[in-house]
Design a protein around this ligand. Sequence first.
Ligand code: 13P
Length: 237
Amino acid sequence: MLYIGNFKMDIPTENYIAELENIDKCGEELWLALPYPYLSKYAQNLERAGIVMGAQNVTSAVVKESTGEVSAEMLLDVGCAFTLVGHSERRKDKGETYGRIVEKCQQALAKGLNVVLCVGESREDYENGNTSRVLEKQLREVLTTLKEINYNNFIIAYEPIWAIGTGLIPSIDEIEVVVRHIKSMTEKWAKSELRVLYGGSLKANNAKLLKSADGVDGFLIGGACKKVDELQKIIKA
Ligand code: 13P
């Protein structure tokens, strides 16, 4: 299983990182997406602990005259191995259009960064039975446009927007249906079966249940990654 923590806009303290260095990964993969200012600061700690470091975003800009942007080269230079792209919090508030998401994926993958592409439907789309249509649009736009890409470095995270930070989760059946659908789309458009993660209100108390979902290759964890004991329980569940 692959566990990816998304620290969002919280501050990772030195105490947190010290505790994290002692986590028992139980032989599983643990990745952590930190806010930009902390990447350099904690790169060595994470490397020592065998935790893969990544960013929560990457620029789509190609020219150096792009004030305030952070490129894939910079992320690699400070020790990142991956970046999230297209998190719903960025699609919603930060003008992250389909075109921009494709450009981000293209550039990051071309430079050798792993990409975790986030997809997921809104509560309204879920309630109206539009989940598969929404996911199909989100994936088709990217997978049919990317060129000369190593898909081994590409992971999809299914995060229903209505499940993020709400304590609500889809049923196991629903997750299994969606994950099967996503994998069939990746086979069709990327010609390979990509890893698919689930994200949204994963906690220590529902980890065992969520891990029982067939086809899920891991999890993208928000709130619960910020407490090492909770993260530990999730990994052990
Ligand atoms: P929560 O685990 O806090 O619901 O957040 C999920 C998420 O958005 C991870 O990217």
